[in-house]
Design a protein around this ligand. Sequence first.
Ligand code: PLP
Length: 412
Amino acid sequence: MGNVSFDPAAALASAKHEFGEHGGVNMSIEASTTFTVMAAATMPEIFAGRRTVDRDGCFLYARHFNPTVWTLGRELAALEDAEAGYCCASGMAAIAATLLQLCDAGDHVVASSAVYGGTHALLAEFLPAKAGVTATFVPIDDLAAVEAAIGPRTRVLFTETVANPTLVVADLPALAAIAHRHGVALVVDNTFCPVIVTPTRHGADVVVHSLTKFINGASDLVAGAILGKAELIGRLMDLHTGALMLLGPTMDPRAAFEVSMRLPHLPLRIAEHSRRAQILCERLAALDVPVVYPGLPTHPQHALLARLANPGYGAGGLFTIDLGDRARAYRFMEVLQNEHRFGFMAVSLGYAETLMSCSASSTSSELDDAALAAAGIGAGLVRISIGYTGALEDRWAQLHAALVTVGMLGAP
Ligand code: PLP
């Protein structure tokens, strides 16, 4: 599986550009929820799937196909080198719909032990109780454990490319080989590293995204996407049986327009997030601060990420610092926000400003103590999504000063 020739920026640029219907340079927002047919007999043809958007330009009802949402799906499919895509109201909607489409009651998922807390709760609690779909969590860097966890009813191997919040990098080609040997679909959440890694190039069958994060990049709307084979997207959207149709997690066309407007500068933003994270982390590591960042040679999967990554976009905008205990982690974030205006104490990531949260007591709080320990999420772990505002040297001075204040570094 090669990576050599894929450039996500070029792929995005070559995605079919939609012109506004009045000749505007931007696509129009199609605000209709329902669409006309010229002959009554066309309607049952659409319901039966014999007339489609791609082939016949047939739209029906916006929970199914809205032209603006469909366009964004095509752009994101180009970004992820996937055949097709569709957009959802949130990242969780994308993940839940995908899992429910691929699994029936009695089926089983093998999942990384380090995934976003909401995904963990969905797999550990919600799906077993509500749908009879069970999950086994394994360290995703232990390939023998991954393979051993696969059973006769396993349908999905689920991982994040770079894990929230541990930043463990998944060996996608190896995981794809294991999954495909057992007839299992590899589903990859690529929220942490759009543009940087293209999971379909490494064997992923389905890519899911929380667009709420880097892809939209403005922390002003919630959105998600599913990218994969046209056959799967077609099944998800089947009018009579599809998870997207029946659960209804559709994206609003106004949100689709907003996200689409921000795609052209996504590669630039990602490169700058990564550039800043790399410089700050190298300086932290040089001072022996316990920093984890896949761009550092000391990261266990540094070489793996370098192998998987599309060149030119760095190792991403997220790093963690282990402050040892919760009290010190809280103090550190308060000093950074309230004294230095370094960033915000807030969940989420991929924003222009820096966002900081203590994972064990926030976005991973769905995990119990055993699951936190298995995932390697300590009580004092602070996840930092580095922004690109302000002068980098000022940011470094603020970060350094806060580490001095909480006793992680001696005074200069
Ligand atoms: N996947 C990852 C890796 C996340 O970090 C999150 C949210 O934090 C989600 C999925 C869920 O996304 P959303 O909040 O858009 O539903």
